[in-house]
Design a binder for this molecule. Sequence first.
Ligand SMILES: Nc1ncnc2c1ncn2[C@@H]1O[C@H](COP(=O)(O)OP(=O)(O)OP(=O)(O)O)[C@@H](O)[C@H]1O
Ligand SMILES: [Mg+2]
Length: 228
Amino acid sequence: MSLEPRLSGRALVKTFGSTTALAGVDVDLADGESLAVMGPSGSGKSTLLHCLAGILVPDGGSVRLRGRDVGSLGDRERSLLRRTSYGFVFQFGQLLSELPAVENVALPAMLLGTPRKDATALAAQWLGSLGLAGMEGRRPGELSGGQAQRVAVARALITGPDVVFADEPTGALDQSTGHDVMRILVETTKAAGTSLVVVTHDAQVADWCDRRIEVRDGLVVGTAVRSR
Ligand SMILES: Nc1ncnc2c1ncn2[C@@H]1O[C@H](COP(=O)(O)OP(=O)(O)OP(=O)(O)O)[C@@H](O)[C@H]1O
Ligand SMILES: [Mg+2]
């Protein structure tokens, strides 16, 4: 493990009008580490995730990926960085409904220049390893919620990202299906050496992660390392 964190946020501040969503947050993410972000509704969890992922530009503070200052990048460079270095698993509307599962998974690799044939083969492998062999040709509407989320996990991982960001990926599922997807997300990112930031309200999900932070009113008010 390198001494420098893979991803770090320092003194992150983000305001929306008169609302202070982040009031000065420091967070580090080590190589391969999984971090659960917890806290009440409106506390700033999604804002933190979006700032770390370069989706939002913070008003103050800095974000570094492998020591590189993400804030110094222009919009185009930042969006390229998101495609090459990050994977995302969000709750709704993330899969393209008109494309079969295998093409949904292959797409991010193709956008980075992997030929269709190779990307499709790799996508089929990922689907297989997530328990979806035989479902490659199904469109998202022909999959259960849990299956669709596993397709989304495969899609987030196919490019071999440095970090996967997940915001309540199981919120739309029943608890047991949600737990299955979360366990697969945590285990698969760990096996791939990918770091993970996951926003969750579910203490059991946080238990599977290496570390958790508690966010309140835009500040980190607690942190806990998993006991083994
Ligand atoms: N685009 C926006 N415009 C205005 N206010 C925003 C915007 N995004 C977030 N906020 C405000 O910033 C604060 C933090 O929001 P955020 O979405 O980060 O909370 P959260 O912890 O993710 O909540 P939840 O658990 O409900 O998803 C809230 O007061 C919210 O209303
Ligand atoms: Mg949120």
